[in-house]
Design a protein around this ligand. Sequence first.
Ligand code: SAM
Ligand code: SF4
Length: 326
Amino acid sequence: MHEKRGMILKHRNDVVNGKKITNAIASELFNINDELLLDLSDAANYVTRHFYGSKVDIEELANIKKNFCSEDCTFCSQSAFFNTEITGYELPPPEKIVEQALNAKNDGAGSFCLVAAWREPSGSDFEKVCTIIDEINKKVGISVECSLGFLTAEQAEKLKKLQVKRYNHNLETSRSKFPEICTTHTYDDRIKTLKIARNAGLELCTGGIIGLGETRKQREELILEISELEPEEVTVNMLVPMPGTPLELQTKLDITEILRVFSTLRFLLPKSIIKISGGREVNLNDNGQKLLLSGANGIISAGYLTMSGNTVKKDTEMINEINLET
Ligand code: SAM
Ligand code: SF4
């Protein structure tokens, strides 16, 4: 036991001194005995505080195109394959999104992410999104991020010109689990778009959903795959089982399994923002604070794509309670 505690501290110190851990070490940390999980989480917190101090990043999302997506991702209430009875809409006029961006800025959000429920933007939809971004830049001045599905190189370059800071595209799960959760596109399609975004000079945000019925080994595969891409931001969703989707009856993951993911990600990507994303309120109750003290340093606030969430004010209070700040 003593020996393993020493091992965690050694790697913690290596990481704060700029040394990269190997996948083998990450695997050892990720699979640590339950009795040492708190040591792992404390060490991850030490690394987070070393690189980020007490700052927590708050992001708000705008669902700019809702529902009727052509893809069959089994977790997603916006897939046209499932009868989820949610209402949908096409791209709203720019003024509406500008107003949301302004509210997000006034709420205290540090970034604003435009998310669309489609496989990829059509030429005309992409032009409309560019107009929306341009208007936000002119009228609001908040860091804009996008999650628009697959991109061409030209589209990625256009986003870069429009000063989009970061592109989100999630791997969703491990390569070995992916064919069970989506058959309309491949894992490599997802990686290709991330590479296109990187080549255009955009920062990357990627991650996935845990709790899809994957094994612990597959969660380990996912975090190693994420770390290979060296994203500036990692987004970890915890499945919200949506009525009407094939995963509607999926059981929740235990908090200990979630802690392993956040803590090990911090060792692998010490300088990245690691964000607690969809499912925080539903899956964690008060455990959101535990994750912010074990590797996570960001949250999505004020609701998700098809669900409401806590207000930024409530989340800020939750953050201040543990002596962190936004
Ligand atoms: N359609 C684009 C795509 O798939 O890349 C844009 C992003 S998609 C609308 C938003 C993300 O929300 C997904 O990548 C997934 O990680 C997350 N998500 C969707 N449904 C979820 C659920 N039921 N529980 C947790 N996260 C979910
Ligand atoms: Fe479509 Fe994205 Fe939902 Fe998959 S996750 S069904 S691509 S909106």
